[in-house]
Structures are given as structure tokens and as C-alpha cells.
Write a protein that binds this ligand. Structure first.
Ligand SMILES: [Zn+2]
Length: 290
């Protein structure tokens, strides 16, 4: 069942769980997370970054829509980090039900102006909008990118931003980074800032860079309005590690994709299951049928 981002996240916020947004940037990853979500009766967001879309080609979205229409669980197809109006319009034309416009690197007023334009277009065709305030860090080597220094989201600015733009969900910066943290860097979520934002902002909040943050911190954020957590690196690293193991295993005869990829997909399923349960999204699909 294909639903919008707003439908997906309003229910999550209300019921204090988070929907995992998996950047499943290949057919194998899509199948892996889809099967896991179905098995656990969990809603999930299929997040696709413009760079991933360029690699997958537009026709991939038809496959995703087919999967959604033939599934009993609620799914939303979401553009991750749309950079401009052109990318947003393209995604809407392909059938995405949610788009992110990321102008967080722009000055506050400019971020508002661009976001408002996107909201006007997207809402006119029933598509939900996520925007970002503050900057999410980057640990390097991710499609998502990010800033080298994190600027925490100002709670009062967040309130003003949401009221001005009429967005459906807000990505905030409270100490996460895209990618996997180097060993010497221990990520720490500023739950005090999150609590302030939660008090002032009535729409669902989004955490980007949710890979490898402490489980207890992520769990605590569910009670404070975090309704969507993006997971990209974690579902890809386990896949790639298994693939390396398969290729280095000494059997040079392995070449068929249907032999090579299934063990890797199992690894992704294992991680996806762990995230779904951590975010308390398991067995939440039924909430969407009322
Ligand atoms: Zn992101």
C-alpha cells in the first residue's frame, strides 16, 4: 500500500515510534528491506537520493511502485536530499509520495523561500515535504554528504521555519552525521535540544545519519517527536562485507547474481530487522488501516 509521507509520519509521531527510511539503492536492497518489513508487519520509507536515482534509472521507480501496490504494509517513496526544484518535480512526476528539499546550507530566509516554493508545488498534487534546518555532519564517503561541522538546530528558529513553510516534517541537527563514525569519534545526541524543539514544533521530526548512533539515545528520541530515522550506511556495509567474503572465498566459479547476492541480502535483512525493532516500528502496519 503506497501512502504519503504525512500519512506515514503523523501516525508514527502520535504513537511514539519511528519509521525507518532505508536508502535501498539497488534492487537487491529493495527486496531485502521490503521482505523484512513485511515479515515484521512494519511500515517503512523507501528513500532514494538523487545520485542513487541517477544510477538506478527512472524505470526502477516503476518497480518500487509495483512492489508497494502488491504489499500489505504501508510504504512511502521518498526523495532524499532533493537539491532543487527540478529534482523535486522530476521525483513527483515519477510517482514519489514524499520529497525532501534540502536548502539547509542556505541562509535562513533563503531556506524558507525555496522550501515554500517546493511546498506549493508538492502539496498541489498531494505529495508531502520534508525540509531541513541546521546542518548534519558528514563522516565522508556517503552519497548523502553533509557539513564538516554540525550546526545544531535552533528550537525557536525551527518553530518559525515550520510555521512559515507549512512543511510536513522537519529534519533537525542534534548531533548525527551521515556515514559511519571513525573509531575515535563517539556520536552524542543532544536530547536536550530535541526536547526543546519537540515542545515548540507540532509536526514529525526526522533524524538523518542514524547509522551507528547509540541504541539507547535513538530509543529515547522516539518519545520526543522523532518519527523518521534515516538508515543508509548500516544496510549497505553488511551487504558489501558479505559480498567481499563471497568473492574472496576461493571459489572463482561463483558468478551468478542469484548465487552471489542472496547471502548478502540476508545480512541486510538482519540489520533492517534490528533497526525496525529498535525504532519500535514492528507490528505497527495495522495502525494505518483504521
Ligand atoms: Zn540525510
Amino acid at each position: 500500500m503506497l501512502i504519503t509521507g504525512k500519512q506515514m509520519l503523523d501516525i508514527a509521531r502520535e504513537n511514539k515510534f519511528s519509521v525507518p527510511a532505508f536508502n535501498a539503492g539497488s534492487g537487491q536492497l529493495l527486496t531485502a528491506v521490503m521482505e523484512t518489513a513485511e515479515r515484521l508487519n512494519a511500515p517503512f520509507i523507501m528513500a532514494i537520493h538523487p545520485d542513487e536515482l541517477a544510477f538506478l534509472k527512472d524505470s526502477f521507480i516503476s518497480q518500487v511502485i509495483y512492489e508497494c501496490n502488491h504489499s500489505k504494509i504501508p510504504v512511502c517513496i521518498h526523495l532524499d536530499h532533493g537539491a532543487n526544484m527540478q529534482q523535486v518535480a522530476h521525483a513527483i512526476q515519477l510517482g514519489f509520495t514524499s520529497v525532501m528539499i534540502d536548502s539547509s546550507h542556505q541562509p535562513f530566509e533563503e531556506n524558507i523561500r525555496i522550501t515554500k516554493e517546493v511546498v506549493k508545488l508538492a502539496h498541489s498534487v498531494g505529495v508531502s515535504v520534508e525540509a531541513e534546518l541546521g546542518t548534519i555532519g558528514d563522516t565522508g564517503s556517503t552519497v548523502e554528504g553533509g557539513a564538516s561541522e554540525i550546526i545544531y538546530t535552533d528550537p525557536l528558529k525551527a518553530k518559525e521555519f515550520v510555521e512559515e513553510t507549512q512543511i510536513d516534517s522537519l529534519a533537525i541537527a542534534i548531533g548525527t552525521s551521515h556515514g559511519i563514525y571513525p573509531k575515535h569519534l563517539v556520536p552524542k545526541l543532544r536530547l536536550d535540544i530535541l526536547e526543546e524543539i519537540y515542545k515548540l514544533v507540532a509536526i514529525p521530526l526526522v533524524l538523518h545519519g542514524g547509522s551507528s548512533n547509540a541504541d539507547d539515545e535513538l530509543a529515547a528520541s522516539l518519545d520526543l517527536g522523532i518519527a523518521k530515522i534515516n538508515i543508509s550506511s548500516d544496510i549497505k556495509i553488511c551487504f558489501a562485507n558479505k559480498l567481499r567474503e563471497m568473492l574472496n572465498g576461493g571459489n572463482n566459479e561463483i558468478r551468478e547474481p542469484n548465487v552471489l547476492f542472496p547471502p548478502c541480502m540476508l545480512e541486510t535483512q538482519r540489520v533492517a530487522e534490528q533497526k525496525i525493532k529498535l525504532f519500535k516500528a514492528d507490528n505497527k502496519a495495522s495502525l494505518y488501516y483504521r
